[in-house]
Design a protein around this ligand. Structure first.
Ligand code: BLA
Length: 505
């Protein structure tokens, strides 16, 4: 068995899903040495395309393909895919999708059903690009994408699924058949898509499971050598899924799926997840269109969040400059930060702020009381911090002793003015109680069957948890604004110190 006896969630991470040696039955695979063209692996169903009595393993690729067809694959780089070609077996048309990986030429085939008109895809794609460009907010873009995909691909349920910082995910947009229950807003634990699956996904971009119930086809290997080194299916179009994921889909009542990666700055931002209640095959060209569409969505999302952040950065910089102008005029850093028209509160989106200078504390807005703030700053000053600052939107999770402050200080962002860690600026965010609707109990994402076999949970019924002790998160621009303010304040203090020194001379 692939799984160690003791079941922990980390076992899920260990399943080597790229070398499980099975193919979905909708496709065919032949892999040969890239130089010699001797066939080293083939999917068992390859005999549907060639005379049953004919040997395949150990033979040359020329038993399947003419020289012209193979010519296209000659110049491929490692991990590169060739432009697909139409090929004929037994008077049936197939699409050949070839790629090179680790010294192997991997040739995959899918049946070409009806003659597809490529212009249809082009028109579809250009419509999509212009519609997506017109969408203004991220939510609008995601909703539009879900509805365009639903319309064009006709899955029963289409979701845009977004990861959070812990790799849990939430359904942010959904289009579905009217008789299905809605999953919009439901949250799924990170372990539903373990890290090796996410990593593979980044490389593949788009993937279908054409029929959850169909038996995967084993891939035969030439000899012991190949059996010991199963073929790497990282870039395969029809790699069979991990049995755990298949069971997961069965438990959800799903018969076929399409998944596409939404990638932002090289990371998985989220997925487009499509489900169907019956088997469903999507052709290579349509899969590519979906990949392209998802790339357009990805770049629109990146642009929109960059613009939003830039706006906030500028806004905060303007307010910070007014505050500094005032402080340098009055020479009073301590009171200047918390009194008057411009205060440290405007630099971030916090509800409370405090400054500790030479042992003196001043506060503004909603904060814990002074003794508690001093105790908190002292504790933070003794903690292992990188770059002399700390932030969290769940203080009580990091420091149990401050859990009681959660009403006013679930969120804390503290910056020390120097590495001596005596003087500090600190901002507070109030608690934001939130009902989190999980799809099934997230504490029990797996069950152990027959004492050895790991199984995904059976129930995806809504499991509501009231989440306390959390504030709104700290955005990058807030952290940057806090750091910039600290820098400015330190300079003013130094200037003031020099001035006083000069006067006393
Ligand atoms: C894979 N799990 C996945 C994938 C998705 C999800 C989208 C990728 C599917 C693909 O490659 O086609 C999860 N699907 C979801 C979620 C929704 C959805 C959250 O539609 C929400 C609507 N799964 C478990 C547990 C384990 C696990 C407990 O629930 C581990 C013990 C494993 N999931 C698992 C594995 C894969 C996976 C191993 C990779 C499957 C593969 O590509 O072979």
């Amino acid at each position: 068995s692939l799984y160690p006896k003791e079941v922990t969630l980390t076992n899920c991470d260990k399943e080597p899903i790229h070398i499980l040696g099975k193919l979905q039955s909708c496709g065919y695979l032949i892999a040969a040495d890239a130089e010699s063209h001797h066939i080293k692996y083939c999917s068992e169903n390859i005999h549907e395309l060639i005379d049953k009595d004919k040997d395949v393993l150990g033979e040359k690729l020329s038993i399947f393909f003419d020289a012209e067809t193979l010519e296209v694959c000659a110049e491929l780089e490692d991990e590169e895919k060739a432009i697909p070609q139409k090929v004929l077996f037994n008077e049936k048309h197939f699409l050949l999708i070839a790629h090179k990986h680790a010294g192997n030429l991997v040739l995959e085939l899918e049946p070409l059903q009806t003659e597809e008109n490529p212009y249809k895809h082009q028109i579809y794609l250009s419509t999509i690009v212009s519609e997506l460009n017109a969408a203004e907010s991220e939510q609008e873009m995601c909703d539009l994408t879900a509805s365009l995909i639903k319309e064009y691909y006709d899955y029963d349920r289409v979701m845009v699924y977004r990861f959070d910082e812990n790799w849990d995910g939430i359904v942010v947009s959904e289009e579905k058949e009217p008789d299905m229950e809605s999953w919009l807003g439901l949250r799924y634990p990170a372990s539903d898509i373990p890290q090796q699956a996410r990593k593979l996904f980044l490389k593949q971009g788009v993937r279908i499971i054409a029929d959850v119930k169909s038996k995967p086809v084993p891939i035969q290997a030439l000899s012991g050598e190949e059996q010991k080194n199963p073929i790497d299916l990282t870039h395969s179009e029809y790699r069979a899924s991990s049995p755990i994921h298949i069971e997961y889909l069965e438990n959800m009542g799903v018969s076929a799926s399409l998944t596409a990666a939404i990638i932002s700055k090289g990371n998985l931002w989220g997925l487009i997840a499509c489900h169907h209640n019956a088997p469903k095959f999507i052709s290579y060209y349509k899969r590519q269109s979906c990949k392209y569409l998802t790339q357009v969505l990805s770049s629109r999302i990146i642009l929109s969040s960059a613009n939003k952040a830039l706006l906030k950065v500028n806004e905060s910089a303007v307010l910070r400059n007014k505050l500094l102008e005032k402080i340098s005029k009055d020479w009073d850093v301590l009171n200047g930060l918390v009194h008057g028209d411009y205060t440290m509160l405007q630099v971030t989106d916090a509800q409370g702020g405090a400054v500790l200078l030479d042992g003196q504390l001043r506060t503004i807005g909603q904060t814990p009381d002074e003794e508690e703030i001093k105790k908190l700053i002292k504790t933070l000053s003794r903690s292992d911090l990188e770059d002399n600052f700390y932030y969290s939107n769940a203080l009580g999770k990091d420091f149990k002793e401050f859990e009681a402050l959660k009403a006013k200080a679930s969120g804390v962002f503290c910056i020390f003015l120097s590495s001596a860690r005596k003087d500090a600026l600190i901002w507070f965010k109030t608690e934001k109680l939130e009902t989190v609707n999980w799809a099934g109990n997230p504490e029990k994402p797996v069950i152990l069957e027959d004492d050895v076999r790991l199984s995904p949970r059976k129930s995806f019924d809504k499991w509501s948890v009231l989440q306390d002790g959390h504030s709104e998160p700290w955005a990058d621009y807030e952290i940057a604004a806090g750091q910039a303010l600290k820098q400015d304040i330190s300079e003013i203090i130094l200037e003031k110190y020099e001035e006083v020194k000069a006067l006393n001379r």
